[in-house]
Design a protein around this ligand. Structure first.
Ligand code: HEM
Length: 472
């Protein structure tokens, strides 16, 4: 039954077992998940860039051709059947996993909140956060290799909270918010790797669910209390006075959503979007920065070139990064893009096939799930013979880049791609432009062991050591 398919459907991955199909491949830890995803990707790339596999009764298509992936992503806007189910208590109708009809309305409303003018308002926060990590890293100078990921993760989490909710969140609330977020994500990852906990009827009796519910309670309480505080402040102060009082402060995402015309988003929807932005925005940018630091430390000529560019742009000073500096950091941008190509943060994204989709060589049938293999797109031979090498220089000359506009999918592809890509590039450039002016990194990326929870991550973080350039 598993191997039977309509003639125009993609071929089935070999090795399906009775009843469970290929689900056994995914039993195990996050290291195994990454291994299996690499295996499925290479099978898919070697079999016409589209295949299918089964997890119990569910059929999943996998697609690794950039044009086909683009077609799927712009035809089917529903996310796969599991993502929303796993996150609905916290993210509700937030952009990331909401139903297509809600997503279309919300994305239109929220898009303007990510415009350049708003993002420029966050530059002082990015600078402050970069200086914060520089002083925290002082204790690690000349101490040998250490786990830089903890510093980076914490820093990006604080930054996203400051730009989503601002400092209306008090210190104790902030601590419990960050902790609860972390535990919530860990619970979800635990469930993801235990196929038997996928059905809600079984999951609700597990201890993981109990722990997760407690976290959701805290996260909702904190978010609601910030929202109420902001509403009360606005009521007390006339709108013109409120503008004067807060004129110097950047507008954070919560302010922007509250300012939408009355009734466009309910308080519940604003809360869902805040949690979504925080969840989608902090771990992704943090991980790219963590990988970038390892790669930069492992490639001294790359580090020297970045440093040279930083000296030129900042005139040899340690001044803050300003609006006009971002576009001048051309080589740093190339390094970040190459990091995201080499270690694609989200190696796949899911879609639900709600209508038949005709691809180059086959048809995906409605009623199944589909994984767009972004990792496969970044390993496509169109990138050239050095596809498996880290080579930022490829980004400096358009002639050495693939002609296909969907070759780079670090932020996904199609209309439902990442809304925060410009924010992410700015926050990462700001942090690295400070850190790399002050510290020289040493690392060895060949020691990295990778795992996949929902994002690609290094298993342990003790690979980077730092020297203070002031003492060299
Ligand atoms: C380097 C950092 C980042 C990476 C690699 C990344 C990657 C992604 C990916 C792969 C998706 C899924 C798209 C899809 O399903 O096709 C996504 C969606 C999303 N991202 Fe990002 N992201 C990053 C940073 C951010 C930041 C900083 C924010 C917010 C400030 C953000 C907010 C979102 C939101 C709200 C969505 C859902 C968009 C929608 O469905 O309309 N992301 N991102």
């Amino acid at each position: 039954w598993y191997t039977r398919r309509r003639s125009d459907e993609p071929p089935v991955l070999p090795g399906a077992w009775p009843l469970i199909g290929h689900a056994y491949l995914f039993i195990g830890d996050e290291l195994n998940f990454w291994k299996q995803l690499q295996y499925i990707t290479s099978e898919c790339m070697n079999n016409g860039h589209a295949m299918s596999y089964y997890a119990g009764p569910y059929k999943f298509y996998v697609v690794s051709d950039p044009d086909d992936a683009y077609k799927v992503s712009n035809t089917c806007f529903e996310k796969d059947q599991f993502s929303h189910e796993f996150t609905k208590e916290l993210l509700g109708d937030g952009l990331l996993f909401s139903a297509a009809s809600t997503w279309k309305r919300h994305r239109k409303l929220i898009n303007p909140s990510f415009n350049q003018q708003i993002l420029d308002g966050f530059i002082p926060i990015f600078n402050k956060q970069a200086r914060r990590i520089i002083s925290q890293l002082q204790v690690e100078v000349d101490k040998g290799s250490f786990d830089h990921s903890q510093y980076v993760r914490q820093n990006f989490m604080e930054t996203i909270c400051l730009t989503a909710l601002d400092d209306s969140i008090d210190a104790d609330e902030a601590v419990s918010y960050v902790k609860s977020f972390e535990t919530y994500m860990n619970c979800n990852i635990c469930r993801f790797h235990r196929v038997w906990l996928y059905p809600e009827q079984l999951y609700k009796f597990s201890n993981i669910k109990k722990r997760q519910d407690k976290c959701v309670e805290v996260l909702h309480r904190v978010c609601d209390s910030v929202l109420q505080k902001k509403r009360a402040q606005r009521k007390q102060t006339k709108s013109s006075e409120w503008k004067d009082k807060n004129g110097a402060k950047p507008k954070v995402f919560m302010d922007l959503l509250m300012e939408l015309d009355e009734g466009q988003l309910t308080d519940r929807e604003i809360r869902d979007e805040m949690n979504t932005i925080i969840m989608a925005g902090h771990d992704t940018s943090a991980n790219v920065t963590i990988f970038a630091m390892v790669l930069i430390g492992s490639h001294p000529p790359v580090q020297a070139k970045i440093y040279e560019e930083l000296q030129e742009v900042f005139g040899g000073t340690d001044r803050d990064i300003e609006k006009q500096d971002f576009s001048r950091l051309v080589y740093l941008e190339a390094v970040l893009k190459e990091t995201m190509r080499y270690y694609v943060m989200a190696p796949f994204v899911g879609r639900y096939i709600d209508q038949d989709v005709k691809l180059k060589n086959c048809t995906l049938k409605a009623g199944n799930n589909c994984m767009l293999l972004l990792y496969g797109i970044h390993r496509n031979p169109m990138w050239g013979p050095d596809v498996n090498e880290f080579r930022p220089e490829r980004w400096l000359d358009p002639a050495t880049l693939p002609k296909n506009p969907n070759a780079f999918v670090g932020f996904s592809l199609g209309k439902r791609n990442c809304i925060g890509k410009a924010y992410a590039m700015m926050s990462m450039k700001a942090l690295l432009s400070h850190v790399l002016r002050r510290y020289r990194l040493r690392a060895d990326h060949r020691q990295l062991v990778l795992k996949l929870d929902v994002l690609l991550k290094p298993v342990t973080g003790h690979f980077v050591s730092i020297q203070d350039r002031l003492n060299i």
